[in-house]
Design a protein around this ligand. Sequence first.
Ligand code: ZN
Length: 437
Amino acid sequence: MLSSSKNILPLALVLVLVVLVLFLNRREPVPPPEEPPVVAPPALSILGEMPDWQRLEIYQDTIRRADFERLLGDVFTTGSAWRSYIRIGGNEAVFHTGLPAPDDVFTLRFAKPGKEAPVPRRWKVGAELPPAPDGRPLDGLHIALDPGHIGGEWAKIEARWLLVGDGPPVKEGEMTLLVARLLKPQLEAFGARVSLVRKSNEPVTPLRPDSLMDLAADSADGQATDASLRKLAERLFYRTAEIRARADIVNREIQPDLVLCLHFNADAWGDPANPQLVPESHFHILVNGGYTEEEVMLADQRFAMLEKLLSRTHDEEAAVGETVADVFVAQASLPPYCYPPDSANVRQVNGHPCLWARNLLANRLYNCPVLFLEPYVMNSMPDLPRMQAGDYEGLREINGKMQPSIFREYAGALADGLAEHYTRVRSNRKGNGEAGP
Ligand SMILES: [Zn+2]
């Protein structure tokens, strides 16, 4: 036994040495030969356009790194997927454009503290307006009113139609136009110039569901049925094409200082001809922000998010929105609407109970501050009878209480909220001795 183990020992040592040498000289597996790079088109939203990243050139040296990081992390994004597309360095941020090299990145230089270049914008900041003439706090402002949805014969297709009992059908698109018509003269009396984005219960876009069937077929999966393709074409019509057409009007024709998107909120109602009613009404205002991980991955949405951030609409939206919300909930006695804490597509703004950031097509595409109003709940017991009652002067007994027309309450509260905000910021300016253009 001993002699045989003596013979084996040097052999085992040699074997260990050989394995050791092989181990130390091991190579990484040879990678397969590289495929020639395939230039994939950037992922875009449906009907989205390839962004022109050079448009961000005007924002060089306008924002400090700390402000950029705050807005990006606290307002405009909800997750961390943006880190794959936006790299923040000490003096600059690098954005992935989704385009082939050499245009695959855009570099934005941060401003040195105290040396920020002025932010180029064609809308007016409230706090920079000269003091207002007496009783005209909105003097010099151009406000666009965007009555949400379409109404009329389109109300059922856009699923903003409900019928309860013997009452008339309630159509959001018609109610929002009514509010816009009531609001316009009130804002004008406060000195504003006012434009309506939509003036009738007809679509602004020339496209119709029929003309979008091919696009629906292209963007649907293999299992789509005729009925589901029709639904998709309808959604592309009222949700996508219609809002993009309105954005063209806002950005090319009206070019306002502020857009108010007028809506009525609703909770899930099931069958519109026999809707489920809920006991509570509520109120909130949306501003742009809260881009989800999927949205940041799309080149057009990533670009729009950065353009919004850099054009500094957010601070203006938050400032106007907070006062409008405070005045609205006080006048209409509405409780705030609170999103569930785990919502992946929303950020609360400045801790205000009624102010939330979400990425909607309208507040993303309109190139100026946008307040997206969501007061009242169409299928709620307190609000529905007021909507069914239609517009009227004075007070009427509804739900056992003497109440004004819900449409006049909406318009009045919104006008008063705006008047209060601009009165405050413009008189502050007077107090600072910085008056005058
Ligand atoms: Zn709506």
